[in-house]
Every structure is written in C-alpha cells, then in structure tokens.
Design a protein around this ligand. Structure first.
Ligand SMILES: Cc1cc2nc3c(=O)[nH]c(=O)nc-3n(C[C@H](O)[C@H](O)[C@H](O)COP(=O)(O)OP(=O)(O)OC[C@H]3O[C@@H](n4cnc5c(N)ncnc54)[C@H](O)[C@@H]3O)c2cc1C
Length: 480
C-alpha cells in the first residue's frame, strides 16, 4: 500500500471496530444534491448534518478506501473542545463568534457522549478530562497563558490546576512535573466513533460508495472540464468507474487534499506515529491506572498518551515525516524509526512498562494550517466546491462543528453557520513552494528534535538551533 494507506487490521482501532459489509463502489454516472469526498469524521458529520436539516436532500459520500481509513480511524482518541483555540478564534472571528464556536464544540462533545450513552453510537465515550502536563522543566507552565485567557473569557471551569501529588496519582508517573486538567474533555474509541458515524449516516439515507476515489474534479456540470464555467453550474466528481454530478461538492479529504496545488499552498502535512501495548491490566493496576486516561505533555513535537478501555497503554508522537509536494510517503502509514522513537518516550515516562511488548504500531497524516484552525468555506469564488480541511491534529469534536458549517453552506442556507466569521477566514499563511518548503521543514523539524533532546538533558540548546525551531508554525497552544 502507498499514499499513506495502511491495512485496517494493523490499526488497533480499526481491527477492534470492523465494518461488516463495505458499501459498493460507484459504477456508472449518478447525480446528487451534495457530493462529499472523504468518509472521515468531517465528511460523515457533514452528511449527517445535511440530512438533519433537510431529510429530502440527496447526499452521496465517496470514500477511496473505507470510512475511517484516514486520520479518523487512527487517532489518539483525545476528544476535547476549542477552548485552547479561544484566543486565535477571537482574533479571526471576534469575541462573540469565537465563544459561540467554542460552546458549539462543547455541545458537540455532549452530543457524542449522549449518543454513546443511549447506544445510538457506541464509541466508548468517557468524560475523563485531558491532562496537559510538563515532562521536562522547560515545559513547566506552557499552559499558563492559555489557561489565563480562557479563565478571563468565560471558561472559568474549564481547567483545573493539579497539585503534584494529584498529578502523580492520576497519571501514574512521576515524570509529570506539573499540569492542569482540561475538565470537559473526553476519551473516545476512534474506530468505533468512525463506524458509528458511518452507520448513522446510512440510517439517515445518505448514499455511500466505498472503494471509490475521486481522480478528478470537473467544474461546470456540463460534462466538459471547464475551470471557468459559470458559478452555480455545479461540479462533477470523476471516479475510475463513474461520474458523480452534484450542485455542491464538499472536499473532506484531510491530508490527501494536498494533491490540489491551491490547497497545498495553505496546508502542510506531517505524520503522527502511534504505538500500542497488549492489554496489561495488572501492570496498569500497579501504577494505579484504570481505563480511559488521556494525557499530553507540552513538547513542540506533540506527545499524547493514555490507556484504552481494554487496558492497554497507547502513545502517539507527532512531527515524524513531512510530506514532499503532493505525496504522502510510506511514513504516513507506519515507520519503524518513528515507532522506536515513540517507544523510547513510553519508556521514559513509564519505565516500569519498558518490558511490555508493543502489539501494534501505525501512523497517520495530520493536515495542518499555520494558525491551527481549519479551512472552512469555498474553494474559490464560484462557491460550488466547499472545503473542510486543516484540522491540525484537533478534529475529533471539531469535525461536528465543521459539519454544521459545511451543511449550511452546501444547502445554501442563511444561518449562524453559513454566516460564521470562520467561513472563508484567512486562517492560513501561504507556504513556500517545493522543494524549498520540504527542505525548510526538514531543517526546522531537525531543530525541534534537538531542542527537545536538549530540554530532556536539561541543557540549553544552541541559539541557532533554538531560533530555527522557533520558525515552526505554532498552534495557539503549541500543539502540532
Ligand atoms: C495519529 C493521529 C492522532 C490524532 N490524535 C487526535 C486526537 O487525539 N484528538 C483530536 O481531536 N484529533 C486527533 N487527530 C486528528 C483527527 O484524527 C482528525 O482531525 C480528524 O480525524 C479529521 O477527520 P477528516 O474527516 O478530516 O479526515 P480523515 O479521517 O483522514 O478522512 C479523509 C478521508 O478521505 C479519504 N480520501 C482521501 N482522498 C480521497 C479521494 N481522492 N477520493 C475519495 N476519498 C478520499 C481518505 O481515505 C479518508 O478516509 C489525530 C490524527 C492522527 C493522524
């Protein structure tokens, strides 16, 4: 397999949440009101939200593999809202709309929890909170600015400061020097969530074609490729065995969107590598740990970890491979090198688990923007192709809010979603062309790794290395 694809059984979440019968590929020509490309959380939520607003709308989702094959079936299962992004959201959308979006993400988190509780969408939801910690002295206090901003602006109850004893007891590791708990956050099973959204979309009457890749997008609806065709004429999604004509097309293809040169200027893609142990209930119990623990520390190369419902330990690390041009190489599916790197972090944080065998490892692509906020809106002035991309490693809950925005735009509604200041917002700086961009990214990534190592060894990194590492586009809470 290539292009960032990985066999379902190699990814723990997908192996644990298999889909019983794949949907048939598209064969022949078809029409729809809305065609959605990509069957991850974003594409599926968009389809669901459209059906919730207009049950008569004819919605077709096409997915090149199977729903959940991308980031949605491979992620860290840390479901949190948009509070950390409040500051950048305020900058872009104004205080009122920023708070409305943050509260919408909180409501989406509630909605997922309620669906799980009612059995309508079982995804092992647990309101576990998310621990934001420091595992080196240099990281201590990384959260202070964000926490202070959130507390001053309506989120007094969001973060809970933890004493060192509380932190050690909750995380089972004295490697955590300090930290806060993001209280509204939750643990989910990524594969079960993807499967549940797929089932929900199907139950609402969404038509789904899996094993169906978009190979070209034609504009104008006339069947001829016409980039300058009149607005409102719709678009045609071209697939290997059929053409899907729709009034509106939504691109929800995550990192794979960099195949389009226009989107490549606004997105950059890095891999995130995950390792998972076998179930080790006794070993976790010895650390005082149960299921559904969620933690990340404050390194520039994001490190996220915790326990599963079946009592494994799972750890992921961002910033591995960097995409070159439009290509997602093998490192976006899995990498021995980055798996060993992640395993060494697991040993550092939990030395008593050092001998526990790793059962699986896999990687996934993360579609980043320079601001850490998604590109939501129209691909260009014509308005018949919409994009929901650039989730920047924070998409489990935000995909539902993105679905609200994209659904209203796709249906041509005039409401708080279509009017949101996040629609068509300038969330991303243009990135330099290749090969400059890849070379620059390698240099900066190398510097970030060296700064991380220096901090671990309690050394001051060289000032040139520090300056280079400082060039990495920074999300509002330093995560990447
Ligand atoms: C390893 C990892 C860990 C993460 N951890 C977290 C976390 O803990 N918390 C959090 O909030 N977020 C996390 N994220 C991010 C989160 O998973 C994503 O933001 C979210 O899943 C985005 O969903 P999506 O629908 O945009 O993308 P995807 O799930 O990638 O869906 C895109 C789909 O499009 C399909 N596709 C691509 N090209 C085509 C084409 N040409 N034709 C048809 N189909 C196509 C792909 O096969 C894929 O299924 C993580 C991501 C990764 C990779």
């Amino acid at each position: 397999m290539s292009d960032g694809a990985i066999a379902a059984e190699r990814v723990l979440w997908r192996a644990q949440a298999p889909v019983s019968a794949p949907a048939p590929p598209l064969r022949g020509d078809a029409d729809a009101d809305v065609a959605i490309v990509g069957g991850g959380y974003v594409g599926l939520w968009t389809a669901i939200r459209i059906k919730q607003r207009d049950p008569a709308a004819d919605v077709v989702v096409i997915e090149r593999e199977q729903c959940g094959a991308g980031a949605s079936g491979r992620n860290g299962g840390q479901a949190h809202g948009w509070w950390r992004q409040l500051s950048i959201l305020t900058e872009l959308c104004g205080a009122e709309e920023a708070l409305r979006l943050v509260r919408a993400a909180d409501a989406a988190l509630e909605e997922i929890g309620a669906l799980d509780a009612s059995g309508e969408l079982s995804c092992d939801f647990a309101r576990s909170g998310l621990h934001w910690t420091a595992t080196t002295p240099a990281q201590v206090g990384a959260w202070e600015e964000t926490v202070a901003h959130v507390e001053r602006n309506g989120g007094e109850q969001v973060f809970q400061r933890l004493t060192q004893e509380e932190l050690w007891a909750r995380t089972g590791s004295r490697a955590h020097l300090a930290g806060v708990l993001e209280r509204p956050a939750a643990a989910v099973h990524p594969g079960k969530l993807a499967r549940g959204l797929r089932e929900r979309a199907l139950a609402l009457g969404v038509r789904l074609h899996e094993g169906t890749a978009m190979v070209a997008l034609e504009r104008g609806g006339s069947g001829t490729s016409a980039a300058d065709a009149p607005a409102g004429a719709g678009a045609i999604v071209v697939t290997p065995h059929g053409r899907l004509r729709a009034r509106r097309v939504v691109l929800a293809t995550n990192a794979w969107a960099i195949a389009d040169a226009r989107l490549r200027q606004r997105l950059y893609v890095v891999s995130s590598q995950v390792v998972a142990t076998a179930p080790v209930p006794e070993r976790l119990a010895a650390l005082g740990l149960g299921p559904d623990l969620r933690i990340h520390d404050s390194q520039d190369r994001v490190l996220y970890y915790g326990t599963t419902r079946d009592l494994r330990f799972v750890l992921g690390r961002g910033g591995g491979s960097v995409a070159l041009g439009s290509r997602l190489g093998a490192g976006f599916a899995d990498s021995e090198r980055w798996a060993a790197d992640a395993a060494s972090e697991l040993r550092r944080l939990y030395p008593t688990l050092a001998d526990v065998p790793l059962e699986r490892h896999w990687a996934g692509p993360v579609d980043r923007t320079t601001s850490g906020l998604p590109l939501l809106g129209r691909l260009d002035a014509r308005g018949d192709v919409l994009v929901g991309l650039g989730w920047s490693g924070t998409g489990i809950v935000q995909a539902a809010v993105g679905g609200d925005v994209l659904a209203s735009l796709a249906l041509g509604l005039d409401d708080e979603w279509s009017r949101s200041a996040l629609v068509d917002a300038p969330v991303a700086r243009r990135l330099p062309p290749e090969p400059l961009r890849w070379l620059g990214a390698q240099l900066v990534r190398g510097a970030v790794v060296r700064v991380g190592r220096a901090q671990l060894a309690a050394r001051e990194p060289h000032r040139v290395v520090r300056a280079l590492a400082g060039l990495v586009p920074r999300g509002p809470d330093r995560r990447r």
